[in-house]
Design a protein around this ligand. Structure first.
Ligand SMILES: [Zn+2]
Length: 203
């Protein structure tokens, strides 16, 4: 197999990338200067060495020292609220909006409707453990901030079923972002105003 084909196969593992796009990426790279390719190769090689996953919220962040927690989990801004988002890019959107000052938990995906093994698709066990742990840290509200589409709704229902008994036992409330987010909206595409509105109207 030529390097063109093997590199194209690597690109086909990327989300949403098919054969044609994968090939286009390879030919794009072939047309670039060596400096660009060297920088890209170095950044890819450095990625796992410099970026680590937080053991508190499961987001990726630049490793600093020996701590296994990211800065958002360490600073004690507001440990009373925990916002559950699907992925790192959703975390980025909410942070950028500046409308929320509490803690986060990254689910790591959503559950496809009709999925037979929902627990394998999201960090449900880790979430339950995190909520239990939060009890000693003053956690009183869990905010579900999932996409307003069928998969987001299905995931929300699954989480509610798993989380409600625990939250009730620990005296915590579970809220959902207001539907200022129009139906079909992915959280990561929401602008700051929409997010602020959705947060204010959570129920
Ligand atoms: Zn964290």
């Amino acid at each position: 197999m030529s390097t063109i084909d093997s590199l194209a196969q690597s690109f086909m593992k990327f989300p949403g990338i098919g054969t044609r796009q994968a090939k286009r990426f390879v030919y794009f790279l072939l047309a670039q200067n060596p400096y660009y390719l060297d920088t890209l190769a170095r950044e890819i090689a450095e990625l796992k060495k410099t970026i680590t996953q937080c053991t508190g919220c499961f987001r990726y962040y630049p490793r600093v020292g020996e701590s296994s927690l990211c800065s958002v989990c360490v600073d004690d801004a507001d440990s009373a609220t925990l916002m559950i988002v699907e992925k790192d890019t959703d975390f980025d959107s909410v942070r950028r909006s500046g409308s929320y000052a509490g803690r986060y938990f990254i689910l790591g995906g959503t559950i496809p409707v009709l999925e037979r093994d929902p627990a394998s698709k999201i960090r449900i066990h880790e979430l339950l453990a995190r909520v239990e742990e939060g009890a000693s840290d003053g956690l009183s509200e869990i905010i579900l901030a999932l996409s307003a589409n069928p998969e987001g709704d299905f995931t929300r229902d699954y989480i509610l079923k798993a989380l409600t008994p625990l939250a009730a036992r620990l005296g915590m409330t579970i809220t959902t972002l207001g539907r200022g987010l129009s139906t079909g909206t992915e959280l990561e595409y929401s602008d700051g105003d929409t997010l602020r509105h959705a947060l204010k109207n959570r129920c």
